[in-house]
Design a protein around this ligand. Structure first.
Ligand SMILES: C[S@@+](CC[C@H](N)C(=O)[O-])C[C@H]1O[C@@H](n2cnc3c(N)ncnc32)[C@H](O)[C@@H]1O
Length: 181
């Protein structure tokens, strides 16, 4: 597990589809940072963009934990290997069944691959996923849908995660900005 100290019992990773280096860097970076902050172990990037790996792992290095980014993965192979290893695959899409209906069954699994797209996802993904889940059935974004999904999957428990070996740690304060020594 990524953070045994935090007592997470689920292994969760993200598969990012359709990333276009010239357009999606900011959003894909935020997909990774959101995943890390909310308890995922790592992100598989189904595109070749070493900058994403570097920038997310740089942040993870300073803020603790050992979140990984795997660059240029074959998405079908990633899904098949995840399933062969006993995991389930949840594709976040506004066309899926409402998260409120599907989340209880998904919570029964302790190994979950969450798939998010960029512009348009390959149509095969709808059949390969174990669950196609919609967060609100309205169009919004991969960052917001991922954040809400992870929060529900972990029952809110990852909002207070502690990240081991952090160089930077915030001392929460009502006003201003403070870091722990
Ligand atoms: C900007 S959307 C692209 C939507 C695109 N029009 C399509 O047909 O797939 C990018 C990603 O955000 C996620 N997303 C957007 N709205 C969502 C929703 N309501 N529920 C779940 N995921 C959503 C999906 O993973 C989607 O692939």
């Amino acid at each position: 597990m990524k953070d045994e100290g935090a007592g997470l019992t689920k292994k969760v990773c993200i598969l990012r589809l359709g990333h276009r280096p010239e357009r999606d860097r900011r959003v894909t970076t935020h997909v990774g940072l959101t995943a890390r902050a909310l308890g995922a172990e790592g992100m598989y990037l189904a595109s070749d963009d070493k900058n994403i790996k570097k920038s997310i792992e740089d942040v993870a290095g300073r803020w603790g934990g050992d979140f990984f980014v795997s660059n240029n993965v074959g998405w079908k192979r990633c899904i098949n290997e995840w399933k062969a290893d006993g995991g389930v695959v949840v594709h976040l899409t506004m066309y899926g069944i409402p998260m409120t209906s599907g989340i209880a069954e998904i919570k029964e699994h302790d190994k979950v691959l969450v798939v998010v797209g960029a512009e348009k996802v390959p149509s095969d993904i709808y059949g390969m996923a174990d669950y196609n889940i919609s967060v609100t059935t309205q169009p919004h974004s991969e960052i917001s849908s991922l954040a809400l999904f992870l929060d529900h999957l972990f029952d809110g428990s990852t909002l207070d995660l502690e990240f081991p070996d952090a160089e930077l740690k915030i001392e929460p304060t009502e006003r201003g900005k403070r870091f722990k020594d």
